[in-house]
Design a protein around this ligand. Structure first.
Ligand SMILES: C[S@@+](CC[C@H](N)C(=O)[O-])C[C@H]1O[C@@H](n2cnc3c(N)ncnc32)[C@H](O)[C@@H]1O
Ligand SMILES: [Zn+2]
Length: 285
Protein backbone atom coordinates (compact mmCIF):
# COMPACT_ATOMS: atom_id res chain seq x y z
CA UNK A 1 0.00 0.00 0.00
CA UNK A 2 2.88 2.38 0.72
CA UNK A 3 3.93 2.35 -3.00
CA UNK A 4 0.44 3.58 -4.00
CA UNK A 5 0.83 6.50 -1.65
CA UNK A 6 4.39 7.20 -2.80
CA UNK A 7 3.19 7.55 -6.40
CA UNK A 8 1.09 10.54 -5.33
CA UNK A 9 3.91 12.26 -3.42
CA UNK A 10 5.99 15.06 -4.90
CA UNK A 11 9.44 16.18 -3.84
CA UNK A 12 9.06 19.35 -1.74
CA UNK A 13 12.22 20.81 -3.27
CA UNK A 14 11.73 20.23 -7.02
CA UNK A 15 8.20 18.70 -7.36
CA UNK A 16 9.73 15.56 -8.88
CA UNK A 17 8.19 12.14 -8.38
CA UNK A 18 9.60 9.87 -5.69
CA UNK A 19 10.77 6.30 -5.68
CA UNK A 20 11.08 4.32 -2.49
CA UNK A 21 14.63 3.04 -2.10
CA UNK A 22 14.90 0.02 0.18
CA UNK A 23 18.69 -0.28 0.33
CA UNK A 24 20.47 0.40 3.63
CA UNK A 25 17.43 2.23 4.89
CA UNK A 26 14.03 3.26 3.58
CA UNK A 27 14.53 6.47 1.58
CA UNK A 28 12.32 8.62 -0.64
CA UNK A 29 14.38 9.75 -3.64
CA UNK A 30 13.48 12.05 -6.52
CA UNK A 31 15.24 11.96 -9.92
CA UNK A 32 17.15 15.17 -9.12
CA UNK A 33 18.75 13.50 -6.12
CA UNK A 34 16.82 14.92 -3.19
CA UNK A 35 16.59 12.16 -0.60
CA UNK A 36 14.60 11.81 2.63
CA UNK A 37 15.41 8.94 4.96
CA UNK A 38 12.73 7.29 7.08
CA UNK A 39 13.06 7.80 10.81
CA UNK A 40 13.47 4.53 12.66
CA UNK A 41 9.75 4.54 13.52
CA UNK A 42 8.98 4.68 9.78
CA UNK A 43 7.83 8.26 9.15
CA UNK A 44 9.60 10.70 6.81
CA UNK A 45 10.48 14.29 7.61
CA UNK A 46 10.00 16.25 4.37
CA UNK A 47 10.30 19.68 5.96
CA UNK A 48 13.32 21.45 4.57
CA UNK A 49 15.00 24.68 5.60
CA UNK A 50 14.40 26.27 8.90
CA UNK A 51 11.13 24.57 9.62
CA UNK A 52 8.08 26.25 10.95
CA UNK A 53 7.55 28.47 13.95
CA UNK A 54 4.42 26.53 14.87
CA UNK A 55 4.42 25.17 18.41
CA UNK A 56 3.75 21.50 17.81
CA UNK A 57 2.11 19.19 20.34
CA UNK A 58 4.57 17.82 22.90
CA UNK A 59 5.23 14.11 23.46
CA UNK A 60 3.16 14.29 26.67
CA UNK A 61 0.20 15.94 24.90
CA UNK A 62 0.35 13.31 22.19
CA UNK A 63 0.42 10.53 24.79
CA UNK A 64 -2.64 12.03 26.50
CA UNK A 65 -4.51 12.18 23.18
CA UNK A 66 -3.65 8.59 22.39
CA UNK A 67 -4.82 7.35 25.80
CA UNK A 68 -8.08 9.26 25.47
CA UNK A 69 -8.82 8.11 21.93
CA UNK A 70 -7.75 4.51 22.60
CA UNK A 71 -10.31 4.38 25.42
CA UNK A 72 -12.96 4.75 22.71
CA UNK A 73 -14.56 7.97 23.93
CA UNK A 74 -14.77 9.39 20.43
CA UNK A 75 -15.61 6.08 18.68
CA UNK A 76 -18.92 7.44 17.27
CA UNK A 77 -16.97 10.22 15.56
CA UNK A 78 -14.40 7.77 14.16
CA UNK A 79 -17.18 5.63 12.72
CA UNK A 80 -18.95 8.64 11.23
CA UNK A 81 -15.79 9.83 9.49
CA UNK A 82 -15.00 6.32 8.22
CA UNK A 83 -18.56 5.99 6.91
CA UNK A 84 -18.40 9.27 5.00
CA UNK A 85 -15.00 8.39 3.53
CA UNK A 86 -15.77 4.80 2.54
CA UNK A 87 -17.96 5.67 -0.48
CA UNK A 88 -14.94 7.32 -2.10
CA UNK A 89 -12.36 4.67 -1.17
CA UNK A 90 -13.81 1.48 -2.59
CA UNK A 91 -11.47 0.91 -5.53
CA UNK A 92 -7.90 -0.39 -5.33
CA UNK A 93 -5.42 2.45 -5.34
CA UNK A 94 -7.87 5.00 -3.98
CA UNK A 95 -6.12 7.46 -1.71
CA UNK A 96 -6.98 9.27 1.50
CA UNK A 97 -4.99 12.20 2.85
CA UNK A 98 -5.29 12.82 6.60
CA UNK A 99 -4.29 16.44 7.19
CA UNK A 100 -3.05 16.84 10.78
CA UNK A 101 -3.17 13.08 11.32
CA UNK A 102 -1.95 13.31 14.93
CA UNK A 103 -1.55 9.81 16.34
CA UNK A 104 -3.26 8.40 13.24
CA UNK A 105 -6.23 7.20 15.24
CA UNK A 106 -8.99 8.37 12.88
CA UNK A 107 -7.03 7.29 9.83
CA UNK A 108 -6.78 3.76 11.29
CA UNK A 109 -10.57 3.51 11.49
CA UNK A 110 -10.90 4.84 7.94
CA UNK A 111 -8.39 2.30 6.59
CA UNK A 112 -10.04 -0.57 8.47
CA UNK A 113 -13.37 0.38 6.88
CA UNK A 114 -11.79 0.85 3.41
CA UNK A 115 -9.05 -1.78 3.13
CA UNK A 116 -8.35 -1.08 -0.56
CA UNK A 117 -7.29 2.49 0.13
CA UNK A 118 -3.76 3.84 0.33
CA UNK A 119 -3.06 6.73 2.69
CA UNK A 120 -0.93 9.77 3.39
CA UNK A 121 -0.80 11.22 6.90
CA UNK A 122 0.63 14.72 7.38
CA UNK A 123 1.47 16.32 10.69
CA UNK A 124 3.95 18.84 11.97
CA UNK A 125 4.61 16.94 15.20
CA UNK A 126 7.17 14.18 14.98
CA UNK A 127 5.97 12.93 18.36
CA UNK A 128 2.54 12.36 16.87
CA UNK A 129 3.98 10.76 13.73
CA UNK A 130 6.05 8.27 15.71
CA UNK A 131 2.78 6.86 16.96
CA UNK A 132 0.95 7.27 13.65
CA UNK A 133 3.72 5.37 11.84
CA UNK A 134 3.36 2.47 14.26
CA UNK A 135 -0.43 2.44 14.02
CA UNK A 136 -0.64 2.92 10.23
CA UNK A 137 2.51 1.37 8.76
CA UNK A 138 0.85 1.07 5.35
CA UNK A 139 0.46 4.87 5.11
CA UNK A 140 3.07 7.43 4.08
CA UNK A 141 3.43 9.38 7.35
CA UNK A 142 5.13 12.69 6.69
CA UNK A 143 6.27 15.57 8.85
CA UNK A 144 4.88 18.54 7.00
CA UNK A 145 3.46 22.02 7.60
CA UNK A 146 -0.10 22.23 6.26
CA UNK A 147 0.37 25.92 5.54
CA UNK A 148 2.99 25.14 2.92
CA UNK A 149 2.20 23.73 -0.53
CA UNK A 150 1.54 20.05 0.14
CA UNK A 151 4.07 17.51 -1.20
CA UNK A 152 1.29 15.80 -3.13
CA UNK A 153 0.40 15.73 -6.86
CA UNK A 154 -2.57 17.59 -8.34
CA UNK A 155 -5.88 15.66 -8.49
CA UNK A 156 -4.33 12.61 -6.80
CA UNK A 157 -6.49 12.19 -3.71
CA UNK A 158 -10.01 10.76 -3.33
CA UNK A 159 -10.62 11.91 0.26
CA UNK A 160 -9.00 14.67 2.29
CA UNK A 161 -9.93 14.41 5.98
CA UNK A 162 -9.21 17.11 8.53
CA UNK A 163 -10.12 16.28 12.11
CA UNK A 164 -9.52 19.23 14.44
CA UNK A 165 -6.53 20.37 12.42
CA UNK A 166 -5.60 23.37 10.24
CA UNK A 167 -7.41 23.79 6.94
CA UNK A 168 -5.70 24.96 3.78
CA UNK A 169 -8.58 24.99 1.26
CA UNK A 170 -6.49 26.01 -1.75
CA UNK A 171 -4.12 23.11 -1.29
CA UNK A 172 -6.88 20.63 -0.41
CA UNK A 173 -8.68 21.62 -3.62
CA UNK A 174 -5.50 21.23 -5.66
CA UNK A 175 -4.71 17.70 -4.49
CA UNK A 176 -8.31 16.43 -4.47
CA UNK A 177 -9.47 14.75 -7.67
CA UNK A 178 -12.64 16.09 -9.30
CA UNK A 179 -15.52 14.34 -7.58
CA UNK A 180 -13.48 13.62 -4.47
CA UNK A 181 -14.54 14.74 -1.02
CA UNK A 182 -13.15 16.88 1.77
CA UNK A 183 -14.33 15.84 5.24
CA UNK A 184 -13.83 18.43 7.95
CA UNK A 185 -14.54 17.86 11.65
CA UNK A 186 -14.89 20.95 13.81
CA UNK A 187 -16.23 21.58 17.31
CA UNK A 188 -19.71 22.98 17.65
CA UNK A 189 -20.67 25.68 20.14
CA UNK A 190 -20.92 24.05 23.56
CA UNK A 191 -18.29 21.38 22.81
CA UNK A 192 -17.01 20.07 26.17
CA UNK A 193 -18.56 23.10 27.85
CA UNK A 194 -18.53 21.46 31.29
CA UNK A 195 -14.78 20.97 31.07
CA UNK A 196 -14.16 24.57 30.08
CA UNK A 197 -16.29 25.86 32.93
CA UNK A 198 -14.66 23.54 35.47
CA UNK A 199 -11.24 25.09 35.45
CA UNK A 200 -11.29 28.71 34.35
CA UNK A 201 -8.12 28.41 32.29
CA UNK A 202 -8.88 25.13 30.59
CA UNK A 203 -9.38 26.37 27.09
CA UNK A 204 -10.77 23.73 24.77
CA UNK A 205 -10.97 23.65 21.00
CA UNK A 206 -12.81 26.79 20.04
CA UNK A 207 -16.53 26.14 19.84
CA UNK A 208 -17.60 29.31 18.15
CA UNK A 209 -19.72 28.92 15.09
CA UNK A 210 -17.22 29.02 12.30
CA UNK A 211 -18.02 30.19 8.86
CA UNK A 212 -16.45 27.05 7.54
CA UNK A 213 -18.51 26.93 4.39
CA UNK A 214 -17.57 30.53 3.61
CA UNK A 215 -13.84 29.84 3.89
CA UNK A 216 -14.23 26.85 1.59
CA UNK A 217 -16.60 28.43 -0.89
CA UNK A 218 -13.97 29.63 -3.34
CA UNK A 219 -12.73 26.10 -3.73
CA UNK A 220 -15.58 23.72 -3.00
CA UNK A 221 -19.09 23.79 -4.32
CA UNK A 222 -21.31 22.29 -1.68
CA UNK A 223 -21.27 20.89 1.79
CA UNK A 224 -23.39 18.34 3.55
CA UNK A 225 -23.32 19.06 7.25
CA UNK A 226 -23.95 16.57 10.02
CA UNK A 227 -23.89 17.21 13.73
CA UNK A 228 -22.92 14.59 16.26
CA UNK A 229 -23.27 14.84 20.03
CA UNK A 230 -21.32 12.31 22.09
CA UNK A 231 -22.13 12.20 25.82
CA UNK A 232 -19.08 11.49 27.96
CA UNK A 233 -18.66 10.38 31.57
CA UNK A 234 -15.00 10.70 32.47
CA UNK A 235 -12.85 9.70 35.43
CA UNK A 236 -10.16 11.90 37.04
CA UNK A 237 -7.17 11.02 34.83
CA UNK A 238 -9.37 11.01 31.73
CA UNK A 239 -10.50 14.56 32.52
CA UNK A 240 -6.89 15.65 32.78
CA UNK A 241 -5.98 13.86 29.53
CA UNK A 242 -8.85 15.56 27.71
CA UNK A 243 -7.80 19.00 28.93
CA UNK A 244 -4.10 18.34 28.37
CA UNK A 245 -4.50 17.09 24.79
CA UNK A 246 -6.11 20.40 23.79
CA UNK A 247 -4.80 23.96 23.66
CA UNK A 248 -4.26 24.03 27.46
CA UNK A 249 -1.42 21.52 27.00
CA UNK A 250 0.61 24.20 25.23
CA UNK A 251 0.74 26.54 28.19
CA UNK A 252 0.02 24.47 31.32
CA UNK A 253 1.89 21.57 32.86
CA UNK A 254 -0.11 18.44 33.70
CA UNK A 255 0.17 19.19 37.43
CA UNK A 256 -1.20 22.68 36.83
CA UNK A 257 -4.20 21.20 35.04
CA UNK A 258 -4.74 18.76 37.93
CA UNK A 259 -4.64 21.71 40.34
CA UNK A 260 -7.27 23.58 38.30
CA UNK A 261 -9.50 20.50 38.43
CA UNK A 262 -9.30 20.35 42.25
CA UNK A 263 -9.17 16.55 42.39
CA UNK A 264 -12.41 16.19 40.47
CA UNK A 265 -13.24 12.44 40.29
CA UNK A 266 -15.83 12.39 37.52
CA UNK A 267 -17.17 14.71 34.88
CA UNK A 268 -20.20 14.39 32.66
CA UNK A 269 -20.01 16.49 29.52
CA UNK A 270 -20.87 16.36 25.84
CA UNK A 271 -18.56 16.44 22.88
CA UNK A 272 -20.32 18.32 20.10
CA UNK A 273 -18.97 17.83 16.62
CA UNK A 274 -19.81 19.12 13.20
CA UNK A 275 -18.87 16.97 10.21
CA UNK A 276 -18.86 18.77 6.89
CA UNK A 277 -18.41 16.89 3.63
CA UNK A 278 -17.46 19.12 0.71
CA UNK A 279 -17.38 17.97 -2.85
CA UNK A 280 -14.90 19.54 -5.17
CA UNK A 281 -16.19 21.66 -7.98
CA UNK A 282 -14.02 22.64 -10.88
CA UNK A 283 -10.78 23.90 -9.40
CA UNK A 284 -10.35 27.69 -9.55
CA UNK A 285 -7.04 28.67 -11.03
C1 LIG B 1 -6.08 18.64 17.79
S1 LIG B 1 -4.88 17.65 16.96
C2 LIG B 1 -5.85 16.56 15.99
C3 LIG B 1 -5.08 15.33 15.58
C4 LIG B 1 -5.94 14.24 14.93
N1 LIG B 1 -6.56 14.66 13.70
C5 LIG B 1 -6.96 13.80 15.94
O1 LIG B 1 -8.07 14.29 15.87
O2 LIG B 1 -6.60 13.01 16.80
C6 LIG B 1 -4.24 18.79 15.76
C7 LIG B 1 -3.08 18.21 14.99
O3 LIG B 1 -2.71 19.14 13.99
C8 LIG B 1 -1.31 19.19 13.94
N2 LIG B 1 -0.96 20.48 13.35
C9 LIG B 1 -1.18 21.71 13.86
N3 LIG B 1 -0.71 22.66 13.01
C10 LIG B 1 -0.20 22.01 11.95
C11 LIG B 1 0.42 22.44 10.75
N4 LIG B 1 0.62 23.74 10.47
N5 LIG B 1 0.82 21.51 9.87
C12 LIG B 1 0.64 20.18 10.14
N6 LIG B 1 0.06 19.72 11.26
C13 LIG B 1 -0.36 20.63 12.16
C14 LIG B 1 -0.87 19.03 15.38
O4 LIG B 1 0.47 18.59 15.49
C15 LIG B 1 -1.86 17.98 15.87
O5 LIG B 1 -1.39 16.65 15.70
ZN1 LIG C 1 13.61 16.77 -5.76
Amino acid sequence: MLPDAVAALRCPVCSGTFVLDHQAQLTLKCPTGHAFDAAKQGYFNLLTGKGTVFESDSAQMVAARQRFLDAGHYAPLEEAVAGLASDFLDRPGSLVLDAGTGTGHYLRTVLDASPKAAAIGLDISKFALRRAARLNPEAANLVWDLWRPLPVADDAVDVVMVVFAPRNPAEFARVLRPGGTLIVVTPQPGHLADLASLGGMLKIEEGKAERLAATMSGYFTEAVEHTLDVPLVLSGSEITDLAYMGPAGHHLRREEIDALLHGRATLATTAKFQLSAFTGGPRLS
